[in-house]
Design a protein around this ligand. Sequence first.
Ligand code: ADP
Length: 491
Amino acid sequence: MNKYIMAFDAGTTSERAIIFNKNSEIVSVAQKEFSQIYPQPGWVEHNPMEIWSAQVGVAVEAMTKAGITADQIEAIGITNQRETTIVWDKNTGLPIYNAIVWQCRRTTEYCDTLSNLKDLIRQKTGLVLDPYFSATKLKWILDNVENARKRAENGELLFGTVETWLIWKLTKGKVHVTDYSNASRTMLFNINTLQWDDDICEMLDIPMCMLPTPVSNSEVYGESAPEYLGGSIKICGAAGDQQAALFGQKCFHKGDLKNTYGTGCFLLMNTGDKPTFSDNGLVSTIGWGLNGKLTYALEGSVFMGGAIIQWLRDELHMINSAQETEEIALKVKNTNGCYIVPAFTGLGAPYWEPEAKGIICGLTRGVGRNHIVRAALDAIVYQVHDIVSAMEQDAGCKVSTLKVDGGASNNNYLCQTQADISDTTVIRPACVETTALGAAYLAGLAVGYWQDEADIEGSSKDFTEFKASMDAKERKDRLKGWSNAVSMLLK
Ligand code: ADP
C-alpha cells in the first residue's frame, strides 16, 4: 500500500490540501477560496468556521480525487497565513468574533501609544512594533467583544492563529498548541526563552490561560477525529507560510536564503541556532524547532514585487500579461539608463522612508516601452538585492545561493538578472509548492516518512539554476544607478 503525506495550506484567500509522495511529487490537490470580509476601510476579517469547513472539504476532495484513504496518509502537516487571530469558546467550539487577518490595520492607533515599548518588544520577540502581528488584534477582541476579557480570565475562551484553530478543531478540542514559528509572529512570544512573555501579556492585559502551548514544528501533536477524513490521521507538523517555504526550499544551513516573488517579495535567511538581531530594520523570527534544535531566521519583505508588473498591465496598459514581460525585456539590451523605484507605499527595508512615493527616472528620447518593462523587472531585482545585502551585513555571512519561488519566479530574465546583480546562484525548484512541501516535510520527519534533512535533500533534485555571469564593472555601475535613483526619494 502506497503511503503519503498530506499538507494543509491555509492561505489568506484559499484553503488547499496537497498530497505528496516520498519523491516530493504532488499526487493530488484540491483548493477552495473563502470570503474576504472588509467591515471598514483598512479592516480585514475571515470567518473561522468557513476556514475550518473549507479545509476539511478540500482534504476530503484531495483524497477522493486520487483514491487515497485515511490509512494511506501517514501524517498531516499544516502551514498557514501567519498572525491572523482567532478567539473561540472552549465549550461550544464557536468563535466569538471573526478572525482578524494579518493585513488588518485596525490597531494602528493603539500601537502608536506603545512606542516607548519598541526596544523591549524587539529584544523579546524579535519583531517591530506593528498592528500586523497578533498581539494587538487579540487585545482588540478582548476589549471590544462583550465580556470577552472576563470570560477569557475564567478560562472559557481560547486564542490561536490559524494552525492552532485547525488542530483544535481536527482533534475535537483535545489539543491546543501553536508551533514555535507561528508563536514567534504573535508579538507575545519570547524568542530567546521560547515562552509566552509575562511582561508583554501583562502590559496588553492578555490572560495567559487562553494562550496555546508552544510546541516544536515537527512532532505528533494529536490525531484527527475519525469522522472528518474517514479515519484518524496523525497531525505532526506545522509552520507559518514563510517559514514552511524556507524549510520546503531546503534552506537547512546557516546562510541559506529563499525569496518568494509574489505580489510582494518575502525573503528569509536561516541564521542558525541563535537569533540574529538586525541593524537594518529586518525582523528576527523562529524558523523552526526540530529534534530539540532551534533554527532562527531573518525576514525582510519588498512591498511592491510582482505588483509593479500588475501596475504596468492594469494601470498603464503597457502589457497584456505578466508572462510576456520576459520576452519584452529581452528585446532590448538594457534599460537605456531608465530606473523605476516602486515606492508606491513607501520604501521599506533597509531605507524605511514610509512617506516616499515611486519614480521613473533617467528618461530620454531613447527610452521606450521595452526599456520601461525591463526597468520594472529590474526594480524587483534591485529591491530584493538590497535586502540580501542587509541580511549579509546583519548575519555576517555571504549568501551563496538564493532559492526562489512564487509567481514571478517563472520569469527567467528576472531570475538571471537576480543572479547577476546579487552575484549569486539562483535556484528555482521544479516544484514551486514550497510552502506546502515544507509542511509536508515537517510532518513526514516526525513519523519517519523521511529520515532526516539529507533524505529530504535527496528526495527531489529537479531544479533550474541561474549562475551569475555579469562582469563586476557592469554590476557596480548598475547598482550605482539604482542607488542614485533611490537617493532621489530619501530625505
Ligand atoms: P501572490 O501569492 O502574492 O498572489 P503569486 O505568487 O501568485 O502571488 O505571483 C503573482 C505575482 O507575480 C503577480 O503580481 C504577477 O504580476 C507576477 N507575475 C506572475 N508571473 C510573472 C512573470 N512571468 N513575470 C513577471 N511577473 C510575474
